[in-house]
Design a binder for this molecule. Structure first.
Ligand SMILES: Cc1cc2nc3c(=O)[nH]c(=O)nc-3n(C[C@H](O)[C@H](O)[C@H](O)COP(=O)(O)OP(=O)(O)OC[C@H]3O[C@@H](n4cnc5c(N)ncnc54)[C@H](O)[C@@H]3O)c2cc1C
Length: 479
C-alpha cells in the first residue's frame, strides 16, 4: 500500500472543505490534503439541477481569498434590483478556479478527487486514514500529523442522488428537477406533454421548480403543489451586501432584534418579522410550521402565489396512476401528470458535536445560515488559538432549525458567538477584512456623522440587550 503524510486531512471538497482549506492555507504554513468522491470540487453543486442559483447574494459565498461574481445587480427577472445570484454552473466553475488557481499552486495542497476517505482514526497527536481510489480501487495510507477535518457534516441530500421515500406505481412519471429540465418532457417522438405538473415538497428546491415552470410559460392552472408544511422564508432584500441597502440589512437586523424583544410567542415573533418585511410567506392564509432559511425576493413570492392548487394533506405516501396518496387523504390526479421529486432534505437533521476535538475538526455553522463564512471562521480559529477548549469557546455550533422555535436558538447561538468575536481584537480585525462577512464591514465603515445610520446601530445595540432574555422566555414557553 502506498502512503503519504499531511498536516490536515479534509474529507469533502465542497463549499465547507474548500472555504476551510482556503483560510487555513492563508493563515498557516500547513500541508493540506482534500479527499472527495466527486470528480470535481464543489460537492453537491456537481449534481445540482440546471436552473439552480444561490438563494443568497454571490458576494457572501465561496472562499475568502477569491470573490464570486462581479458584484453586479440583476436588471431583469424576479431578482431585479438585487445583487446577482450565481448559477449552479458558475458555482462549479468558481470552485474549480479555487482549486486550480488558489489552492494547488501553493504547493501545499494535495487534491484527491474520485476517492473515498475511510478508516479514519484520530488521537490528540493526529491520526491515520485510508484513501481509496474509486477508479482503480488502490488504497493509500495517510498519516495525519495534525488533524482530520470532517467537511461532510453539513452535506445536503439532493433529489438527484436521494430516491423518494414513497411508493411509485409503474408507469407514473416521476422526475427529478434535473430530469425535468434535461429529459425533454414533451420532446417530439418521446414523452407526450403531460396534462400537468405536480411538485412534491415545499422547500427551496420545490420553490425553484415552481418558479422555473412558471418562467417557462407553464400556466399556474397546470400546476399542483404538495405542501406538507408551509414555510417562512427570508426576504432577500435584507441580505444585500451593498451600502445602499444598509437600512434593509443592518436596519433589518435591528428590526429582528426588536421583534425578538417584544414577541409574545414564537408565532407572534414570525408575524412581527413578516410585518417589518424581514420574513415572507407564500400563502397568508396558512401559518407556516417550517423555517430552513430559504431566501426569496418579494417578486418570487408574488409569482409563487399564482399557484392555487396546493395539496395540504401531509407527506406523500404513494403515487398511483390516477391518484396521490398522502398522510391525511387521497387526491385524484390526471393520468400522465409529471411529478417532480423535491422531497430530499437539503438540511437533513444531524446532531451538532464540538467543532474542535482531539485530532478532529468538524466545521459547522457558527453563524446561521452562512456555510462558507462559518467554515472560514473555524479555520481561522484553528490557526490562531491554543487549546480545543479555547477554540470551542469561540465557535459554538449553531443548531440548524428543525421547528420554528429553532430560529430563536440559532439566532441566540449566532449572537453569542458574535459577542465573543467582538471581544477578541485579533478575530474582530480579521473579520472586518473577510469578504464572507459583508455585514461586519458594513457596520465598521459607518461614518460617525451619518446620524441615520448611527441611529440604526444604536437601535441594534439596544435591542440586542433585551432580545436574549426575551428569546429564552419564548423558548421556554414553546417547549
Ligand atoms: C440546491 C441548493 C442550494 C443551496 N444554496 C445555498 C446558498 O445560496 N447559500 C448557502 O449558504 N447555502 C446554500 N445551500 C446549502 C449548501 O448545503 C451549502 O451552501 C454547501 O454547498 C454545502 O457544502 P458542503 O461542503 O457542506 O457539502 P457538500 O457540497 O455535500 O460537500 C461534501 C463533499 O464531501 C464528499 N464526501 C463525503 N464523505 C466522503 C468520504 N468519506 N470520502 C470522500 N468524500 C466524501 C461528498 O462527496 C461531497 O462532495 C444550498 C444547498 C442546496 C442543496
Amino acid at each position: 500500500m502506498s502512503a503519504f503524510e499531511t498536516d490536515y486531512l479534509i474529507t469533502g471538497a465542497g463549499a465547507t472543505g474548500l472555504a476551510f482549506a482556503d483560510t487555513l492555507l492563508q493563515e498557516t504554513s500547513a500541508h493540506i490534503t482534500l479527499v472527495d468522491s466527486h470528480a470535481l470540487p464543489g460537492g453537491h453543486w456537481n449534481e445540482a439541477y440546471p436552473f439552480v442559483t444561490l438563494h443568497q447574494p454571490s458576494a457572501f459565498y465561496g472562499v475568502n481569498s477569491l470573490p464570486l461574481g462581479r458584484g453586479r445587480k440583476d436588471t431583469h427577472g424576479l431578482n431585479a434590483g438585487l445583487y446577482e445570484l450565481a448559477t449552479g454552473a458558475e458555482v462549479c466553475s468558481y470552485f474549480q478556479q479555487v482549486m486550480q488557481q488558489q489552492l494547488l499552486p501553493s504547493g501545499r495542497v494535495r487534491y484527491l478527487p474520485m476517492s473515498r476517505c475511510q478508516a479514519v482514526a484520530t488521537t490528540a497527536e493526529g491520526g491515520s486514514a485510508e484513501v481509496v481510489s474509486l477508479l482503480s480501487g488502490a488504497t493509500t495510507a495517510v498519516r495525519v500529523r495534525r488533524k482530520w477535518v470532517d467537511a461532510s457534516h453539513f452535506s445536503p441530500e439532493v433529489p438527484a442522488t436521494t430516491p423518494p421515500a414513497f411508493a411509485v406505481a409503474p408507469g407514473v412519471r416521476l422526475l427529478t428537477p434535473t430530469q425535468l429540465a434535461q429529459a425533454g418532457v414533451g420532446r417530439a417522438g418521446e414523452l407526450p406533454t403531460p396534462p400537468g405538473y405536480c411538485i412534491l415538497g415545499a422547500g427551496k428546491t420545490a420553490m425553484d421548480v415552481a418558479l422555473w415552470l412558471l418562467g417557462q410559460g407553464v400556466p399556474p392552472a397546470a400546476l399542483h403543489w404538495v405542501v406538507p408544511r408551509d414555510a417562512w422564508v427570508v426576504n432577500r432584500l435584507g441580505t444585500q451586501p451593498g451600502e445602499e441597502f444598509f437600512m434593509q440589512s443592518i436596519g433589518g437586523m435591528a428590526q429582528q432584534m426588536r421583534a425578538l424583544s417584544e414577541a409574545q410567542s414564537v408565532d407572534d415573533l414570525f408575524l412581527r418579522l413578516e410585518a417589518c418585511g424581514q420574513m415572507l410567506r407564500i400563502d397568508r392564509q396558512h401559518m407556516p410550521r417550517m423555517f430552513h432559511y430559504a431566501t426569496l425576493s418579494e417578486a418570487e413570492v408574488q409569482a409563487l402565489r399564482q399557484i392555487t392548487q396546493c395539496v395540504r394533506l401531509g407527506r406523500v405516501q404513494a403515487i398511483e396512476p390516477e391518484a396521490l396518496v398522502l398522510q391525511q387523504g387521497r387526491v385524484a390526479m390526471a393520468p400522465g401528470t409529471a411529478y417532480i421529486h423535491c422531497t430530499a432534505s437539503a438540511v437533513a437533521p444531524r446532531a451538532n458535536r464540538p467543532i474542535f476535538e482531539p485530532g478532529r475538526i468538524t466545521p459547522q455553522l457558527v453563524r446561521a445560515p452562512l456555510v462558507s463564512f462559518s467554515a472560514a471562521v473555524c479555520a481561522y480559529v484553528e490557526a490562531h488559538y491554543g487549546s480545543d477548549a479555547e477554540k470551542n469557546a469561540l465557535c459554538q455550533p449553531v443548531p440548524f432549525p428543525r421547528r420554528l422555535a429553532g430560529y430563536i436558538t440559532a439566532t441566540l447561538v449566532s449572537q453569542a458567538n458574535q459577542q465573543r468575536w467582538n471581544e477578541d481584537k485579533t478575530l474582530r480585525n480579521w473579520m472586518r477584512q473577510t469578504r464572507l462577512d459583508g455585514f461586519g464591514q458594513l457596520t465598521s465603515l459607518v461614518d460617525r456623522n451619518d446620524s441615520a445610520k448611527m441611529a440604526v446601530l444604536a437601535e441594534l445595540r439596544q435591542h440586542l440587550g433585551t432580545a436574549a432574555a426575551s428569546a429564552q422566555r419564548l423558548l421556554a414557553a414553546s417547549r
